[in-house]
Design a protein around this ligand. Structure first.
Ligand code: NAG
Ligand code: NAG
Ligand code: NAG
Ligand code: NAG
Ligand code: NAG
Ligand code: NAG
Ligand code: NAG
Ligand code: NAG
Ligand code: NAG
Length: 898
């Protein structure tokens, strides 16, 4: 159960192929996994007026503390949050699970949520340049600014002057000449705070200090440059809002994760420091809008700030998988678009007539002279080239440039086999997976395109003496990215499980050149929704520098960006549908059109929801804020329908999510608008579900109602999203054997084997039970209760005579009672709003809960005896009080014999 997953663990980048077979169950770690910090909770308290107390207190926290002490609850306060109207509460450490149960029942406590760990924001890939004077990198053509109209705003002198942006990230290297070279009032980086210190990794004690300098990580410095890099540097780049003032709130150390209580602190500090905009390029896959950091971000956005947050880099995991806190309802969740050019390097071919070969590296490989080539196979269709040790006949490869085909095993495995024969330098040629950066550990190897690799192998097979050389100067090439201008495949897909429109809008985030800490090279090319997010923060600064900071402007910013965005195609093939809005949001931001719009269309999102909650009649308003009469034609422009579930299975379709061109139909009234200056008119759109779609694929249909004006820049759209199926029919618990080869859920015994019959556990050493399960879809409530072993009950999920066990240690406020006339002896675990799993064993493939001591979730010891565990998961949109809305599973007999 990991509501959070790492940003950047895209299988396609880690492995040569993202194909997994059955994963061996013996490799499952028998520990409770997930990002929850044991014994730490964030409580939120009510206003003092609402707390019944005998004495008078000036702070509601004090009233609650006294109440807690009266109940003999043991707790330590780690942090207090006192932002009246936004968030009043504390981060606390409790002594026992009983204490948590007591706290949740204490008057004045309105919420208690476990402290959650959020992984560090890893870019999808990175190249670090060797220095700003490096002659090899081609100057950036400011392609990202041209794509979005930012260049035209800069030409008008609109650069974000007077706007304050808070960046919550890894800190910033303000010593960088392009970032102002200093810290404090009068500099570009006017302030900030380091909440954690260099050594913090998410598991140790943070050591705060006032200086948010980042010279060891770099992510926040790259983000900072996208917002604020001054023009006039050797790379010809500039930030979107280089006139704005930056404050850096450092929440990550040099590596590792952060706990969300620190995020709460940083967000509230940003508010109290008077930032106009807060931006967070961080998060973990989640699918829900309810995490502490999502809820707080949304409140801050509703209170006059613009909050921009990354949608996530989990596109390969498919739909309903956007990140928290990016799912914050009122925030702007950022999708990424691939830049049109990638700064790469060319190698020169000798011995035969051939064009230079472009290889995927920002800087030339440090290889002098010409190398002859050696191909590990002369068959260019071999799928597992060099996945096994090379044959004895292989010569010493140290003097060759080795050529090997991508596929089946990891790049590192191929390179290890090549190194075993002395190979040092390698070209890996693509197998159709895509020309991109690859993870090669510390080997010297780069990816080249399939056609170049096939040519080299053919020459080798024909015994032509081909050589390759690597010009150290003059090989730089602005490679026109074939996917340039499309949504980056790594962008996470929405919508949220509760059907909010995430991501909201796209900005350039793939292959972005920006600043990097001076000791780490000064400039780097990174990719990720992390890079798109500050672009939208900078765009927001341009907007409010022109329109002012009123709440009408800040709360209308997302709608304005959405309604003026430009639709993005799903591919470069004619006839293919527009990209699903569950990945592109409302399209590519156009900041010039947003700021100069003379028509205001609102809302920007029409949420049709699923068939059980279908809202077919939608309205929006169109207001002419210009000085002349405006005439619009209204038309329906469907985008691709995302087939979110693999046909005939319960599993999410991995990204790129297959699209269908079967769309909804819409009646738009009126179909033409004539608006005098100052006038507002309402438009009604009546939707009819797409027919002929297979409801078992849970198709999410999306598209635009377009208002076609006299010019493209005067055209607008509202975006819609709906599901041609009912989410309550979506199976939540994976009851198949697809992933591990054994049906799930299951219990693992002391040896890590599937518990096949009644088993007693002594709770000595490893002799403890572990529940292993996967979720095919998110759930708002997952509960594990102990029930009598002799229970008569037919669960919805039938597996063999196995035993189910508990979940997360979140004491249940719902403990006790009955379920289907079954008496619940006690709660072992409960967790709210959890994400589904994906199919990456290195990431978020399964959940485990180990009952390491025989106690209920509230800490009370379980009496020795024979039990079963009842596992329940609430279906999405289900009623938590309705038993029929749960899936359930009953474990085999578990003996507690401690
Ligand atoms: C530098 O960027 C500007 C836009 O700001 C562009 O007009 C110019 O062509 C760029 N210079 C080079 C050498 O690419
Ligand atoms: C780099 O290689 C590509 C592909 O062969 C070629 O089109 C381009 O002109 C080359 N550029 C330079 C600077 O060598
Ligand atoms: C390139 O390699 C040579 C010798 O292997 C080494 O001396 C030199 O420092 C390297 N240059 C760079 C920029 O890494
Ligand atoms: C490369 O990395 C591996 C492990 O990641 C390490 O054992 C090895 O020593 C490294 N080799 C070099 C040359 O740095
Ligand atoms: C390639 O080089 C080898 C060794 O230098 C030589 O024997 C052979 O004739 C050359 N082949 C061709 C096609 O030039
Ligand atoms: C969609 O419908 C469900 C069930 O009524 C509701 O809980 C959810 O909030 C709705 N989503 C939106 C975005 O309105
Ligand atoms: C829809 O897609 C199908 C198959 O992909 C294609 O044959 C058909 O022409 C498309 N229809 C339209 C209206 O684009
Ligand atoms: C478990 O322990 C109980 C009580 O000692 C005993 O009756 C039962 O036979 C044991 N079950 C197994 C499978 O060993
Ligand atoms: C803990 O839960 C068990 C099982 O529901 C119950 O019997 C016990 O009274 C609870 N303990 C406390 C302190 O609430």
């Amino acid at each position: 159960m990991k509501p959070s997953v790492l940003w950047a663990l895209l299988p396609a980048l880690l492995a040569a192929d993202s194909v997994y077979g059955t994963f061996p169950i013996s490799q499952v770690q028998r520990v409770t996994n997930g990002p929850i910090v044991p014994n730490q909770f964030i409580i939120e308290v009510d206003t003092i007026a609402n707390i019944p107390t005998k004495r008078s207190f000036s702070r509601s926290l004090d009233a609650v503390y006294v109440s807690l002490r009266e109940r003999s609850v043991g707790f330590d306060v780690t942090k207090e949050f006192e932002a009246s109207g936004l968030f009043v509460g504390a981060s606390i450490t409790v002594n026992s699970a009983q204490d948590v149960a007591a706290i949740s029942k204490t008057p004045g406590v309105v919420a208690i949520r476990p402290v959650v760990r959020i992984p560090s924001p890893k870019p999808v890939f990175s190249h670090v340049t060797s220095g700003p004077s490096d002659p090899q990198v081609p100057p950036d053509s400011e392609s990202t600014h041209i794509l979005t109209g930012v260049d035209k705003l800069h030409a008008q002198g609109i650069i974000g002057t007077g706007i304050k942006i808070g960046i919550i990230d890894t800190g910033i290297d303000y010593t960088h000449p392009s970032l102002g070279g200093g810290f404090g009032p009068g500099h570009k980086v006017i302030g900030g705070f380091d909440f954690v210190g260099d050594a913090y990794d998410g598991t140790n004690t943070p050591i705060p200090d006032p200086d948010p300098l980042d010279q060891c990580n770099g992510h926040g410095t790259h983000v900072g440059g996208i917002i604020g890099a001054n023009p006039g540097n050797p790379f010809n780049i500039s930030g979107v809002a280089f006139g704005a003032s930056i404050s850096a709130y450092r929440v990550f150390g040099c590596s590792g994760s952060v706990t969300d209580d620190i995020l709460v602190e940083a967000l509230l500090r940003g508010v109290s420091d008077g930032q106009d905009i807060l931006t967070m390029s961080l998060g973990g896959a989640n699918g829900w809008t309810e995490s502490t950091s999502s809820v707080l971000s949304s409140r801050i956005a509703a209170n006059g700030k613009i909050v921009t947050i990354a949608a996530g880099n989990d596109g390969s995991s498919g739909s309903f998988y956007t990140s928290s806190p990016g799912n914050a309802i009122n925030a702007i969740s950022a999708a990424s678009l691939d830049n049109t050019v990638i700064p790469l390097q060319n190698a020169t071919v000798g011995g035969v007539q051939h064009n230079p070969i472009t290889y995927f590296a920002t800087f030339p490989l440090n290889i002098t002279g010409s190398l002859p080539i050696f191909a590990t196979s002369t068959d260019t269709t071999i799928v597992d080239d060099a996945c096994n040790p090379l044959p004895d006949s292989t010569p010493d490869l140290s003097k060759f440039l080795v050529v090997v085909r991508r596929g089946t095993c990891t790049f590192v495995q191929k390179l290890t086999n090549i190194a075993a024969k002395g190979g040092v330098n390698t070209f890996i040629y693509d197998n159709g997976n895509g020309f991109a950066d690859i993870a090669v550990g510390n080997f010297t190897a780069v990816l080249i395109q399939a056609s170049d690799g096939e040519f080299l192998v053919q020459q080798f097979a024909a015994k032509v003496n081909v050589t390759i050389s690597f010009p150290q100067v003059g090989g730089a090439f602005n490679f026109p990215d074939p996917n340039g201008g499309l949504i980056s495949s790594f962008t996470s897909y929405g919508p949220t499980n509760d059907f909010f429109f995430k991501p909201a809008v796209a900005a350039p985030g793939g292959n972005i050149l920006s600043t990097f800490p001076v000791p780490l090279g000064s400039f780097a090319v990174l990719s990720g929704t992390s890079m798109a997010t500050p672009f939208i923060a900078g765009s927001s600064a341009l907007l409010i520098s022109v329109k002012g900071k009123s709440s009408a402007v800040t709360s209308g910013a997302r709608t304005l960006f959405e309604t003026t965005a430009k639709p993005v195609a799903s591919s470069k093939t004619d006839g293919d549908p527009l990209q699903t809005l569950t990945q592109q949001g409302a399209g590519l931001i156009n900041v010039f059109d947003a700021i100069h719009a003379t028509t205001i269309v609102s809302p920007g999102e029409l949420i049709l929801n699923d068939t059980a909650n279908f809202k077919p009649v939608q309205t929006f308003t169109v207001k002419n804020i210009g000085t002349t009469t405006q005439i619009f034609k209204l038309q329906h422009v469907p985008a691709g329908t995302a087939l979110t579930t693999q046909p005939g299975t319960i599993f999410a379709a991995d990204g790129p999510v297959p699209l269908s061109n079967t769309s909804a139909s819409v009646t738009i009234v009126p179909s033409t608008l004539v608006l005098l200056p100052g006038r507002t008119q309402t438009v009604v759109a009546i939707f009819k579900l797409p027919d002929t779609l297979d409801a078992s694929t849970f198709p999410v249909f999306t598209g635009f109602i377009q208002l076609v004006g006299p010019t493209v820049s005067q055209s607008f759209h509202v975006s819609y999203v709906g599901l041609a199926g009912s989410l309550k029919n979506k199976q939540v618990i994976d009851d198949t054997d697809v992933f591990f080869g054994v049906p799930l859920p299951t219990l693992l015994d002391s040896a890590g084997d599937v518990q096949a019959g009644p088993t007693n556990y002594s709770f000595v050493g490893d002799d403890v039970p572990t529940l292993l399960w996967r979720l095919a879809f998110g759930t708002a409530a997952f509960r594990v209760d102990l029930v009598d072993s002799a229970i008569k009950f037919t669960p919805t999920i039938q597996t063999r005579a196995l035993s189910g066990f508990p979940f997360f240690s979140f004491p249940s406020p719902h403990a006790g009672g009955t379920f289907a006339q079954v008496k619940l002896i006690g709660s072992l675990a409960e967790f709210d709003f959890i994400s589904r799993n994906n199919d990456d064993p290195t990431d978020n493939a399964s959940n485990t809960f180990t009952l390491s001591i025989p106690s209920f979730a509230n800490g009370t010891a379980i009496p020795n005896g024979q039990y079963r565990a009842l596992v329940r998961a609430l279906k999405v949109t289900g009623d938590p009080t309705n038993e029929a809305d749960y899936e359930s599973w009953l474990s085999p007999i578990v003996g507690i014999e401690a």
